[in-house]
Design a protein around this ligand. Structure first.
Ligand SMILES: Nc1ncnc2c1ncn2[C@@H]1O[C@H](COP(=O)(O)OP(=O)(O)OP(=O)(O)O)[C@@H](O)[C@H]1O
Ligand SMILES: [Mg+2]
Length: 344
């Protein structure tokens, strides 16, 4: 649904060149919720702005719903019109809502419809339909200043849906909101994704967001996508930094002659008493240094950091035992295998 190939963006600022995107190949499937995470300055906003061509990519292509937007943008005076038409199929939700304070809620939602040339009763009907969809049917005549942050964002989402988009882009839509409101907005995005078959690409700082609503995720660093995949693929990838970010388990080894092992439990394995089996089978004392449990896409996932007495060489057999139970096992000091973009 969204594909970028070799996308680069170089900003020239005060005589200096800043490479914000450095060869991004992104692939978002139709109907999925796709999360992009990464540190400040990694290029996340630049990616979103290049996807709807608010920002012209320096090189590379962007295609959304089968339309090559980069090709449209480049061609002659008519291109502007075609690009605008293609853009109505892409909804955009902003962190700071960007509502017009002098207009009522309904008029804010009607704004893009006005621009699309929808008039009279059709426009009103559509706006009220959308407000109903986001749970704000009773706020049509209110002004933005009379709304809570979460309600403002609902208006922002209704407005983004005015052109019946196939794709919704969201740049930190919940970062100005408290945790409970964040959850309700995310639930709304998830509902819209399911009810309307909307493809959602969202950028977030919050790992919980990815765990709760995303089907797939990517990690950006220095203008590149360094890891990507479905959330379950990511969690099943040894050495994945994204998995570690999503499921941090802490805990320091208690001494030098110890082997620290990170174990990831999926589905059925999460319910089995493998650690106590390990202790009994090999008659070893196991310390649990840290652990986290969560539900991802309806499945139980757990990560645990354990410590075995003795060095790695002395623990090859118990570690093999864990792997044979179908667990994903990472041993501190062993070379991690990193997932690469496209490795599916
Ligand atoms: N208009 C601009 N002119 C010059 N440099 C820019 C511009 N926009 C972004 N940059 C630079 O490009 C890099 C990526 O910025 P971007 O806003 O995409 O990061 P981000 O991942 O969205 O960060 P954050 O999490 O803080 O929002 C940064 O180094 C930033 O300073
Ligand atoms: Mg940003």
């Amino acid at each position: 649904m969204i594909t970028t190939t070799g996308l680069t963006k170089v900003y020239a600022s005060r005589g200096r060149e800043v490479t914000a995107l450095d060869g991004v190949d992104l692939h978002v499937r139709e109907g999925e919720v796709y999360g992009v995470i990464g540190q400040s300055g990694a290029g996340k906003s630049s990616l979103i702005r290049c996807i709807n061509l608010l920002e012209r990519p320096t090189t590379g292509t962007v295609s959304v719903d089968g339309v090559d937007l980069t090709a449209l943008a480049g061609r002659g005076p008519r291109a502007g019109k075609e690009l605008r038409a293609a853009r109505t199929r892409i909804g955009m939700v902003f962190q700071h809502f960007n509502l017009l304070s002098s207009r009522t809620v309904q008029d804010n939602v009607e704004l893009p419809l006005e621009i699309l040339g929808v008039t009279g009763r059709d426009r009103t009907r559509k706006a009220l339909e959308l407000l109903d969809l986001v749970g704000l049917a009773d706020k049509a005549k209110s002004y933005p200043a009379q709304l809570s942050g979460g309600q403002k964002q609902r208006v922002g989402i209704a407005r983004a849906l005015a052109g019946d988009p196939k794709v919704l882009l969201s740049d930190e839509a919940t970062s100005a909101l408290d945790p409970e409101t964040t959850r309700s907005i995310l639930q709304l995005l998830r509902d819209l994704n399911q009810q309307l078959g909307l493809t959602v690409l969202l950028i977030t700082h919050e790992m919980d967001v990815v765990k709760t609503v995303c089907d797939s995720a990517a990690l950006m660093q220095n203008g590149r996508i360094v890891e990507a995949g479905t959330v379950s693929e990511i969690l099943a990838t040894p050495g994945s930094e994204l998995a570690r970010t999503l499921f941090p388990v802490g805990g320091e080894p208690s001494g030098a002659d110890r082997t620290v092992v990170d174990v990831t439990f999926h589905g059925d394995a999460a319910a089995q008493p493998v650690i106590s089996q390990l202790a009994r089978t090999y008659n070893i004392d196991i310390s649990i240094l840290g652990a986290a449990m969560d539900t991802v896409a309806g499945k139980q996932i757990g990560r645990m950091r354990i410590e075995l007495p003795g060095r790695f060489e002395e623990n090859v057999v118990p570690i093999g035992f864990l792997r044979e139970q179908g667990l994903q096992v990472e041993v501190a000091g062993e070379e991690p295998v990193l997932v690469k973009e496209g490795a599916k």
